[in-house]
Every structure is written in C-alpha cells, then in structure tokens.
Write a protein that binds this ligand. Structure first.
Ligand code: ADP
Ligand code: 5GP
Length: 209
C-alpha cells in the first residue's frame, strides 16, 4: 500500500477551535506532523518562536517569497502568513500525514498546486458560538474580533471547495472524526495505484484463456 503521507489542509473561521483540535490530534496519535508557518504578526502572550509560528519581519518574509521557500502564502487581516516548503516535503516523504492549518486563500493555492491534498473545513456549531469562543480566548481586541468575524463571513462563501466539513462541538468527538477522515483517505483507490496495478497483474495470471 501507499507509504507516502497525505497533505491535509485544515481551515476554518478564526476561533473555530482549529488549533485546539490539532493539538489534541497530535497528542493522541503519532503519525501526524504539524507544519509551523511563518508570519509577520506579533506573538500572542504564551506563543513561542518555532512552536506556534516563526515570527519574522515583513522584509524577511518577502525574502522567503523571493527564494521560493514557501509552498503558499497569503495576507490575512494586515499580516502575511506562509508555509515553509522544506519541512512539509521532508515529512511527507517519511510517511507522515502533514497538517497545514491555513486560511482559505492558501488552501485554494494548495488545491491548485497539489490536487491530491485533502481539504477539511472546521466550523463551530453556530456563529454565536464562534463569537463566544473568540471573546473567551481573550487574545484579541474588540476591533480585531470584529474584523475576524467579518472575515468569517467571507470565508463561509468558500466552504464548498473543501472535501469535508468538521463541526467542532464536542472536542474529543471532533478529534476522533478528523483522525477517521484522514485514515480512510489512505485507502482511496487513486492513492494506491501501484498496489492496485500489482494485484491486477498477479490476478491476470489466474484468468482462464
Ligand atoms: P482557532 O485556532 O480556530 O482560531 P482556537 O483553537 O484558538 O481556535 O480556539 C478558540 C477558543 O475556543 C479557545 O479559547 C478554545 O479553548 C475554545 N475551544 C476550542 N474548541 C472548543 C470546543 N470544542 N468547545 C468549546 N470551546 C472550544
Ligand atoms: P492567527 O493569527 O489566528 O494565528 O491566524 C490567522 C489565520 O491565518 C488563520 O486562519 C490561520 O489558519 C491562517 N494561517 C496560519 N498559517 C498560515 C499559512 O502558513 N498560510 C496561510 N495561507 N494561512 C495561514
């Protein structure tokens, strides 16, 4: 069977709980690698360089773009965010399923460049719950929360471009469903073309002429 990892793109409104779900998924299962993005935004309290993000200046970020060191990048609410290429490629070739937690413009770029990527959209059960979570997280000003809510309105329009929708209501249930989706994806016919071919060839010998 296919040994190469799957590139999993996870998007969803800011405050949907993507970070929380991914953290729990990585804690429970060891076949996942989470790509750490580069950003020009400032660290939130508790965030560490190289753990949540690589925090860079705008000039440094633009140099990474010129060097083609990012698989994709996008601007989101006044800042740049991008995915470093080398880590993703290395982990996929080692058989890890690599998770990119990125916004929708970046997700669409990945879909165009890497059609076999799996796209999952995470949403809270309601928009009211989204606001509660953003306010409850307590990491943004009221103004930033409003711009993120407005951005959520735009992003909702693109939900149908994703392969799966994942409702993050009960956290543990959501983590399990995510794991099952990725696991099932490994058994798609088209991801196992070489193995299918081998079995076909072997079984041809069984046919009566
Ligand atoms: P995102 O990464 O999508 O912006 P976070 O993971 O930071 O979102 O979650 C936003 C807030 O919602 C956090 O305070 C987090 O603890 C909370 N949260 C995440 N998942 C759930 C859930 N299933 N039920 C209730 N609260 C949640
Ligand atoms: P935050 O500032 O809340 O950490 O992230 C803001 C948005 O940027 C989120 O939707 C997050 O998924 C997205 N994001 C994080 N890293 C990347 C990246 O490398 N590329 C793109 N396109 N979006 C990213």
């Amino acid at each position: 069977m296919n040994k190469k990892g799957i590139l999993v793109v996870v998007s969803g409104f800011s405050g949907a709980g993507k970070g929380t779900v991914m953290k729990e998924l990585l804690r429970k299962y060891d076949n996942y690698a989470l790509s750490v993005s580069v950003t020009t935004r400032s660290p939130r309290p508790g965030e560490e360089e190289g753990r949540e993000y690589f925090f860079r200046t705008k000039e440094e970020f633009e140099r990474l773009i010129r060097e083609d060191a990012l698989i994709e990048y996008a601007r989101y609410v006044e800042n740049y965010y991008g995915t470093p290429r080398s880590y993703v490629e290395q982990q996929l070739s080692m058989g890890k399923d690599v998770i990119l937690e990125i916004e929708i413009q970046g997700a669409m770029k990945i879909k165009e460049k890497i059609p076999e990527a799996l796209l999952v959209f995470v949403t809270p059960p309601s928009v009211e719950e989204l606001r509660n979570r953003l306010v409850g997280r307590g990491t943004e000003t009221a103004e930033v929360i409003e711009s993120r809510m407005s951005r959520a309105g735009e992003e909702a329009e693109g939900m149908e471009s994703y392969d799966y929708i994942l409702v993050n209501d009960d956290l543990e249930e959501c983590v399990e469903r995510m794991h099952q989706i990725i696991l099932s994806e490994h058994y798609r016919m088209e991801r196992n073309a070489a193995f299918v071919q081998k079995i076909k060839e072997e079984s041809r010998a069984l046919k009566r002429s």
